[in-house]
Design a protein around this ligand. Structure first.
Ligand SMILES: Cc1ncc(COP(=O)(O)O)c(C=O)c1O
Length: 391
């Protein structure tokens, strides 16, 4: 078997990845969703998940999920458009649309599937898509799938974006898509200026609020906080981050959502999410609605930690959110820092190329709302020790 043509190049590439400290392996995490993550049989403070509001293990979500299984079973058994639907789905979409103050909303099996569907439905080879250079991989894959011309602009560079828009002003089918919180840097898109430009150049504006919903704008996202929601054509979000569950969610006008239901291949040709997940999503949405200040409290903690880290000499980029990068440069240094923090009882993610640009390997800290002041002290103390070792 190993003599087949593909083994040699694959083995070579794997060896190269290993040599560059870039070979990915599934970590020996036994329970990664709890605040106290279980790794190789030991507990660590979890600063690596996207469960920003600490809802993934919330009793209320668990109960809702179990109830949904009792009511509807374990699987949805078909695509939504065939028979894979249940009342819970419709309720979730209606309540989510009302939450976002949009006409309609549509659930996908993941945020990844949602971005594929958006790009593939609204663009084709005659379209131009403007996309921030640091947009999430699911957006890039969606653009590729659509066959549209992909016009990237420098990260958060409005002057560069203006030039790009000017160059393509005579093309009619234009879409701009941007993350609102960038997932590896934790910085915010200049969304007000982007929205104004899209108005001026008649561009369809799509925002990916995966890391902002549940946290910014009373949970409704950054565009809501900045009062430009009405200028956005499609709002993409995810239940997999702050909401502590799973699924992509897109909201907007009835016409756009109806079009997406008809054209989105990752929706049409895929089995619907199971009831357990949809039950948890609904419970999570209602929790966020009942306590819109939870996100703001998390952001206060994040600002406090970022200030501390900077005062210790760490480079945290332009983070203004619950995602704080600690940019260390070389892959090996990031891995060393990760190991030292583990010794201090803290689990962080070491992020390396190709997820981030070369020589910007980093620890990605994602803060959670349930961190106590003792936890915050523990984190600060660990970084003070880390500084002595690596800076
Ligand atoms: C900005 C952004 N959009 C979309 C996704 C995909 O969402 P999901 O994990 O629900 O597939 C992610 C995932 O990390 C993300 O960071």
């Amino acid at each position: 078997m190993t003599s087949k043509w593909f083994y040699h190049p694959i083995k070579t590439e794997l060896a190269e990845l290993e040599e560059a400290s870039l070979l990915r392996r599934i970590p020996a995490v036994d329970n990664g969703a709890e605040k106290e993550l279980l790794f190789k049989g030991q507990k660590f403070l979890n600063l690596a998940s996207n469960d920003y509001l600490g809802l993934a293990c919330d009793e209320r979500l668990k109960i809702a999920s179990i109830q949904a299984v009792r009511d509807y079973g374990t699987g949805s058994a078909a695509s939504r458009l065939v028979t894979g639907n249940f009342k819970l789905y419709d309720t979730l979409e209606q309540e989510f649309a009302a939450f976002k103050e949009q006409e309609d909303a549509m659930l996908f099996s993941s945020g990844y599937a949602a971005n594929l569907a958006i790009m593939d439905s609204f663009a084709d080879r005659h379209s131009v898509i403007f996309s921030d250079k640091l947009n999430h991989a699911s957006i890039i894959d969606g653009i590729k799938m659509s066959g549209a011309k992909h016009v990237r602009y420098q990260h958060n560079d409005i002057e560069h974006l203006k030039k790009r828009l000017e160059s393509f002003k005579n093309i009619s089918a234009k879409i701009l898509i941007t993350d609102t919180i960038f997932s590896m840097d934790g910085d915010l898109a200049h969304i007000e200026e982007i929205a104004q430009l899209c108005e001026f150049y008649d561009v369809m504006l799509v925002v990916d609020e995966a890391h902002a919903e549940g946290i910014f704008g009373g949970g409704k996202g950054l565009c809501f906080e900045r009062k430009i929601s009405k200028l956005v054509d499609l709002h993409m979000g995810a239940f997999s981050k702050g909401f502590g569950s799973l699924g992509g969610i897109v909201s907007g006008s009835s016409d756009l959502i109806s079009f997406l239901r008809n054209k989105g291949r990752s929706f049409v040709f895929s089995t619907a999410l199971p009831p357990a997940v949809v039950g948890a999503n609904l419970a999570s949405l209602r929790l966020v609605l009942s306590d819109p200040s939870i996100g703001e409290k998390l952001l206060d903690k994040s600002r406090d930690l970022k200030l501390f880290l900077e005062s210790e000499g760490f480079d945290c980029g332009n983070s203004e959110s619950q995602i704080i990068p600690v940019i260390l440069g070389e892959n090996k240094v990031a891995l060393q820092a990760q190991a030292l923090l583990l010794e201090a009882g803290i689990y962080t993610a070491a992020i390396r190329p190709p997820t981030v640009p070369m020589n910007t390997a980093r620890l990605r800290l994602s803060l959670r709302a349930d961190l106590t002041s003792d936890d915050m002290e523990k984190i600060k103390h660990a970084f003070t020790l880390l500084k002595k070792e690596i800076l």
